[in-house]
Design a protein around this ligand. Structure first.
Ligand code: DGL
Length: 275
């Protein structure tokens, strides 16, 4: 059987990671689950996110995936250790690219934009402790921002207002400016153009999607899975909630110029009761 990789997120955010994996390994078949029935993870208790992460990982493995990507910072924060202890397939997680931000900053001040769930999690605290070095780190929780993206909104007044507020909160009188912003939620990857337009030159926006794609390739090789070559594969995507709302969001993202892989909707779409 051809090596297939499974990717899940609470919604469309993980498609930023699927796009990066597809760019790096175009012939690799990908199964994607958007847990839209339980979106947003970032506003839920960690135990709920952990339970959903377990269920979706189980499902992807049962469907034959050789590796699972938790393409969600919130789910990685809540469940990564547990998933790795419960399943034998390699599990690739996400974390905000705080380490490269701390390495690249010239001003010594960096920021990380995250969901409230990731902001509360121990994983981010550990990441700060171990990798931020001397950099001053501003953690900015962005409640509601992933919801806009999940509705297909990646620019415009509401997005700009949320991003402007975050940027304004970074300015500290007398302190040097923040010059590195780490995106700590996969949904925010779709907001990079809007954020860069508001920031202007001098501030770098970092996203972990490409690094995660390289990690996927490395883990497939390490675990002895042949990385397929040849014709471009598609991402088979399913949502646990309203299938047509999910498809509409993807259409909106495409129309807005978002970088998305080729997607085919898996039939039948998964249907699960809402939380
Ligand atoms: N995409 C998820 C992440 O990376 C968060 C979105 C949500 O709140 O469900 O954290």
């Amino acid at each position: 059987m051809q090596t297939t990789v499974g990717i899940f997120d609470s919604g469309v955010g993980g498609l930023t990671v699927a796009a990066a994996v597809h760019r790096l390994l175009p012939a690799l078949p990908i199964r994607y689950i958007a847990d839209t029935a339980f979106f947003p993870y970032g506003e839920r208790p960690a135990e709920d996110v952990e339970a959903r992460s377990h269920a979706l990982t189980r499902r992807l493995i049962d469907e034959g995936c050789a590796l699972v990507v938790v393409a969600c910072n919130t789910a990685s924060s809540a469940a990564l250790e547990l998933l790795r202890s419960q399943f034998t397939v390699p599990i690739v997680g996400m974390e905000p690219p705080l380490k490269p931000a701390a390495e690249r900053t010239r001003s010594g001040r960096v920021a990380v934009l995250v969901t409230p769930g990731t902001a509360r999690g121990e994983r981010l605290a550990r990441l700060r402790e171990n990798y931020a070095g001397d950099a001053e780190v501003a953690v900015i929780p962005m409640p509601g921002l992933a919801d806009l993206v999940e509705a297909g909104e990646v620019s415009g007044a509401r997005i700009d207002a949320a991003l402007r507020e975050a940027i304004a909160s970074l300015a500290t009188a007398g302190a040097p400016p923040v010059d590195e912003i780490a995106l700590g939620c996969t949904h925010y990857g779709f907001l990079r153009p809007a954020l860069e337009a508001l920031l202007g030159p001098g501030v770098e926006v970092l996203d972990a999607a490409d690094a995660v794609a390289r990690r996927v390739r490395h883990q497939l090789e390490t675990f002895g899975h042949a990385v397929p070559a040849g014709a471009s594969a598609v991402v088979h995507a399913a949502a646990t909630g309203d299938a047509s709302a999910f498809a509409v969001t993807i259409e909106r993202l495409r129309a807005a110029g978002a970088a998305l892989p080729p997607i085919e909707f898996a039939q039948p779409m998964l249907q699960e009761a809402s939380a």
